[in-house]
Design a protein around this ligand. Structure first.
Ligand code: LRH
Ligand code: MN
Ligand code: MN
Length: 403
């Protein structure tokens, strides 16, 4: 059995996973929004649910907000509500995709007035960051086109660059902008930030506070995400993750469910970068924002988020167990399969007893899911919050996106 050494204990205690406010409210697909009993009805209840996930896991101490879904008059009061429950406000996610005016895009829209409106919203969100004490502004754009010839692709690129630059230069001293790319959807011909290379090129051109955000759901099938992670770490430009799992298209399944080996390999790269002799790579690895981006449609929401956090913890624990010396020796000797086995040996290790030991040492429930089920939390919130009305499908876009 693998023992909980001091090093392992310390590393596991440093792990952080941020959960998203939009994962706690009712959500659905474009076909149907199901009403989940006890789903959070507003941002305060979303924070309460996030706090419950942190209480049980000990590694999810912040919650990301989406503006305007989570808009309030008094962000300082919201921050206090969060801190009273043991969590902080994390990344601020502006929303420039759900208003009618954004039909042809936001910061890359053909009309300058729309571009300005969108950029202004991003700048307003920088102000929200200051009030919530958030470090990261997390940017995802639905911008793109559906048909060849619909718009000038280079014009759109320049518009994206200039909006990002303005926002970058308005960031607080220690603030960052995390630039998220996505291969497709909702623009099905061309997406303005279509892959990590496009996001990276903008970040490099814009400045030091711009870094790339890797959402696991936003790649073509078969793309080697851990290689992208390794590359960006090495370039000092990996800013954060949106964890989730995908089978075909977008990203709302629980991370580590359909492809746990991929998640492990990603963590293996992060752990390796943490041991790098290159200081920039090490610092970049230490500064990564680990966030979940999932909206659970048919599963119980708090339990699904717990499962997500725990899957990340397991993947990380396994990555910590890799025998790095054996791996290096095998790699240098050109021993292909011994090197591969150095990874798979760690991946195949059952880390559940180790994690139970770590939890016990920290006064946490050894089995957070069982503790959640036994706690009566779900029954209580269902009684208090009831079951909000669900939604239809296609016409209710804001419900599709998670409110
Ligand atoms: C759309 C998306 C994206 C954002 C989130 C708010 O693909 O899932 O990943 O981060 O909505
Ligand atoms: Mn995302
Ligand atoms: Mn997505």
């Amino acid at each position: 059995m693998t023992h909980l050494t001091d090093d392992l204990h310390a590393a596991l205690s440093r792990q952080r996973i941020e959960t998203p406010s939009w994962g706690y409210g009712n959500s659905g697909t474009r076909f149907k929004t199901f009403a989940a009993p006890g789903a959070a009805r507003d941002v305060f209840e979303k924070i309460d649910d996030a706090a419950e996930v942190h209480r049980l896991t000990g590694i999810a101490p912040s919650v990301a907000l989406h503006i305007p879904w989570d808009e309030v008059d008094d962000y300082a009061a919201l921050g206090r509500h969060a801190r009273e429950r043991g969590v902080d406000i994390g990344a601020i996610n502006p929303n420039v995709f759900q208003d009618d005016v954004y039909r042809l895009g936001s910061v890359t829209h053909p009309d300058e007035a729309v571009r300005e409106q969108a950029t202004q919203h991003l700048l307003d969100c920088v102000e929200v960051m200051r009030q919530t004490g958030s470090r990261d502004l997390s940017l995802w754009f639905a911008d793109g086109t559906n048909y060849a010839g619909q718009d000038d692709l280079r014009r759109r690129k320049h518009a994206m660059r200039s909006a990002l630059k303005r926002v970058h230069d308005a960031l607080p001293e220690n603030g960052r902008m995390l630039v998220e790319y996505k291969l497709f959807e909702p623009a099905f011909y061309a997406t303005d930030l279509f892959d990590w290379g496009a996001a990276y090129a903008h970040c490099v051109a814009i400045g030091e506070k711009a870094q790339v955000l890797v959402d696991l759901g936003h790649h073509a099938q078969g793309v080697n995400i851990e290689q992208i992670v390794a590359f960006l770490l090495d370039e000092g430009r990996l800013g954060g993750f949106h964890f989730n799992a995908r089978r075909y298209a977008d990203d709302d399944l629980i991370v580590g469910t359909s492809n746990p080996f991929e998640l492990f390999c990603i963590y293996a790269e992060l752990v390796a970068a943490g041991h790098s002799t290159d200081q920039r790579t090490r610092t970049t690895a230490q500064d990564v924002a680990y966030m979940i981006d999932q909206s659970h449609n048919i599963e119980p929401k708090v339990e699904a988020m717990l499962q997500s956090v725990l899957n990340c913890q397991e993947a990380y624990a396994k990555a910590l167990l890799i025998d790095r010396d054996a791996l290096k020796d095998a790699q240098q000797a050109g021993d292909v399969l011994a090197a591969h086995r150095a990874l798979t040996d760690a991946f195949r290790t059952d880390v559940r007893p180790l994690l139970a030991e770590w939890r016990e040492a920290g006064g946490l429930p050894t089995d957070p899911i069982a503790a959640h089920r036994a706690s009566g939390y779900q029954t209580r919130v269902t009684r208090e919050r009831g079951t909000a009305v669900g939604g239809g499908g296609y016409p209710v876009k804001e419900k599709v996106m998670g409110t």
